[in-house]
Design a protein around this ligand. Structure first.
Ligand SMILES: C[S@@+](CC[C@H](N)C(=O)[O-])C[C@H]1O[C@@H](n2cnc3c(N)ncnc32)[C@H](O)[C@@H]1O
Length: 242
């Protein structure tokens, strides 16, 4: 029996990528300004580089990276996400991308096999798992290459609607650092910069059915009451030259 799709999964990231990969894909496909590639291109030269995209999901980040590099390997743990990526790759006839099943924590890739490794919004929260991933991403990157981690800034969960999603008491202005910052910077020597991006949906209901579906009823009510169709994200990009 087919299960009924709920109105929202209330921040259940664990089921999003397994049960609703098409909703994540629809959400991720809504363009942000600047795009992630515009932000990355400003700081890094990926032309002629073989790039590893860790946690490649439904392929949005992989396909975007393929437009500014020589070739991209997408590494993704969830079969349902990878299936969408493979289908899109075929439909768009993209030639310089391949996808691999696997985990960021133990990559089946040889040492020093890619020029650049990138993770775009890879959801790791457990300290030891973050350390395992960082060691792996450094291991597979060639000397002279670059290791990049693009994530949502600690105070920007769900973008500028974080307070609506989490409640005002959970967010403070001083909340500028998270566990990822401490591990990447203090333990592994990464630098970072932040940038802002505006994501605009076609309509209020388009935002409700994608962003609202992921982030919960509180924010769905807020979006509707305020006739809102956009969200402003702050991203944090950690990078390490190997
Ligand atoms: C927020 S999505 C980002 C997808 C893609 N990078 C993008 O920007 O469109 C995070 C992805 O990371 C995947 N993921 C989570 N943990 C992972 C792990 N340990 N190894 C590989 N992929 C993982 C999830 O299944 C999901 O597809």
């Amino acid at each position: 029996m087919q299960k009924t799709k709920p109105l929202t999964i209330e921040n259940r990231g664990d089921i999003l990528y397994v049960d609703y990969p098409e909703v994540y894909d629809a959400f991720a496909s809504v363009v942000k300004k600047p795009t992630m590639m515009e932000a990355l291109k400003k700081h890094f030269d990926l032309q002629d580089k073989v790039v590893l995209d860790i946690g490649s999901g439904a392929g949005d980040s992989t396909f975007q990276l393929s437009t500014i590099s020589k070739a991209v390997i997408g590494l993704e743990i969830e079969d349902n996400m990878r299936s969408i990526a493979l289908k899109s790759m075929e439909e768009m006839n993209i030639q310089n991308v391949s996808f691999k099943k696997g985990t960021a924590l133990q990559m089946e890739l040889p040492d020093q096999s890619v020029d650049v490794s990138v993770a775009i919004t890879l959801p790791l929260f457990i300290e030891d798992e973050i350390r395992m991933y960082v060691k792996e991403t450094i291991r597979v990157t060639k000397p002279g290459g670059m290791v990049i981690n693009l994530g949502i800034a600690p105070y920007s969960y769900g973008g500028d609607l974080a307070e609506i999603i989490l409640g005002p008491s959970k967010i403070t202005e001083e909340d500028t650092e998270g566990v990822v910052d401490r591990i990447l910077r203090d333990e592994f020597g990464f630098d970072y910069f932040d940038y802002e991006a505006l994501q605009t949906f076609d309509s209020v209901e388009h935002m409700v059915s994608t962003y609202g579906f992921i982030f919960g009823q509180q924010v769905i009510d807020y979006i509707r009451i305020n006739n809102r169709n956009h969200v402003n994200w702050t991203y944090r990009v950690h990078y390490l030259k190997k």
